[in-house]
Design a binder for this molecule. Structure first.
Ligand code: TPP
Ligand code: MG
Length: 302
C-alpha cells in the first residue's frame, strides 16, 4: 500500500506532530519537544509519502506492557506490528534514537496507526507506550535506549534480504548525536562492503544533543564527506522541505547504502523554544508565566 497523501496533508501532519508532543509537554511536566520540532517533516514524509508498508493490525490504543515474547506469550504485540507486514516486498522502518518515541507516536497518529486518545497511555506505569522507545512500543523494531544499535540490526536485515533476493527497502532514522559513536561507522563500513543499496539512512541533523550544540560537545562534520568516504552515497537536504526529503529517497546509487542528511531546526514551529538555546534536549516548562505562554501557543496552533 503506497501512502499517497498530498504535500499539504503532509505539512498539516507535521504541524500536528509538533502539537501532539507540545500537548504531552504541557500535560506531563515535560517531554522531548525539540525532537518533534526537528523531525516532524522527516517522519510525516516517510509515513505518508515514502514507506511502502501495509495497514497495522496492532491496537490503536496500546494496552499494558505485553511481557517478553516466549512460547507462553505468543500473542505478544511488538512495536514493528504498527508497520504492518514485515516481510518482503514491503519496507521496514527502524527508529534508532529511543527518546524520539513521542514524535514517533505522534506520527503514527497522523498515519492512522494510533488513535489520538492513545496519548493518554503515554508513559503510564505498566503500559506499553513508553517515553523511551523499546521493541514493545509502537513503531519501534528494536530496543533503542542504547543509541546507535538500530543501524546494525537494520543493516543485518538489509543484508538478509539481499541474500534471499528479496525486494523492499530498509529505512533507518537516526539523530545527529548518534554520529559520534563508533558503532554507526562500523555498520556503514559493512553496509558499503556488502553493497546494501536497499538500506536508506535518514539523519535528523538538528545540531543539538543533551549538553548543548553538537559542535560544542563533539564535532561531527563534515558528515557528507565522511559518509561518502565510507562508501555510502550521502545527500544533504533541508529537513523541513517535504519534497526535498522525498526526492532524496530516490537518489540511491547501485551497490551503495543511501544516507540522507536532513538539516533541521530544533525550534521549528515553536519559536518560544529559541529562548532555551542551547539546552533543548528535554523541555520542562516552569509553572506560571512560561507554562501559560506555551499553553496559549498550543491553543492557537492550527
Ligand atoms: C550508547 C548511548 N550513549 C549515551 C546515551 C545517552 N543519551 C541519550 S539521548 C543522548 C543525546 C544524543 O544526541 P541527539 O539524539 O542528537 O540529541 P537531541 O537532538 O535529541 O537533543 C544521549 C547521549 C544513550 N542513550 N546511549
Ligand atoms: Mg540532535
Amino acid at each position: 500500500m503506497s501512502q499517497n497523501h498530498s504535500i499539504s496533508e503532509v505539512q498539516t501532519a507535521a504541524t500536528n506532530i509538533r502539537k501532539h508532543v507540545l500537548q504531552l509537554t504541557l500535560e506531563r511536566n515535560g517531554c522531548y519537544l525539540s525532537q518533534a520540532c526537528s523531525s516532524a517533516e522527516l517522519l510525516a514524509t516517510l509515513y505518508l509519502r515514502v514507506l511502502n508498508i501495509t495497514e497495522s493490525k496492532a491496537p490503536k490504543v496500546p494496552g499494558p506492557f505485553p511481557g517478553t515474547p516466549s512460547n507462553d506469550n505468543m500473542d505478544y504485540i511488538q512495536g514493528a506490528d504498527y508497520h504492518g507486514d514485515l516481510s518482503a516486498p514491503y519496507d521496514r522502518f527502524f527508529i534508532s534514537p529511543a527518546h524520539y518515541a513521542a514524535p514517533v507516536y505522534a506520527a503514527l497518529i497522523e498515519a492512522g496507526r494510533l488513535s489520538q486518545s492513545s496519548l493518554e497511555m503515554f508513559n503510564r506505569d505498566g503500559y506499553a507506550m513508553e517515553m523511551i522507545g523499546a521493541n514493545h512500543t509502537p513503531g519501534f523494531e528494536n530496543a533503542a535506549g542504547t543509541l546507535d544499535q538500530a543501524i546494525s540490526v537494520a543493516g543485518g536485515t538489509a543484508h538478509a534480504r539481499k541474500l534471499r533476493g528479496e525486494d523492499g527497502k530498509i529505512y533507518v532514522m537516526m539523530s545527529d548525536g548518534e554520529m559520534q559513536e563508533g558503532q554507526l561507522w562500523e555498520a556503514i563500513q559493512a553496509a558499503a562492503f556488502y553493497k546494501l543499496d536497499n538500506l536508506v539512512l535518514l539523519v535528523d541533523v538538528n545540531g543539538s544533543q543533551v549538553e548543548g550544540t553538537t559542535d560544542s560537545v563533539m564535532a561531527i562534520e563534515p558528515l557528507k564527506a565522511r559518509f561518502d568516504a565510507f562508501g555510502a552515497k550521502a545527500v544533504e537536504v533541508d529537513g523541513h522541505d517535504i519534497e526535498a526529503i522525498e526526492e532524496a529517497t530516490k537518489q540511491g546509487e547501485v551497490g551503495k547504502p543511501l544516507v540522507i542528511l536532513c538539516y533541521t531546526n530544533p525550534t521549528q514551529g515553536i519559536p518560544y523554544l529559541e529562548e532555551r538555546r542551547p539546552i533543548l534536549h528535554f523541555v520542562r516548562l516552569k509553572q506560571g508565566e512560561e507554562f501559560d505562554k506555551y499553553q496559549k501557543f498550543y491553543n492557537e496552533m492550527a
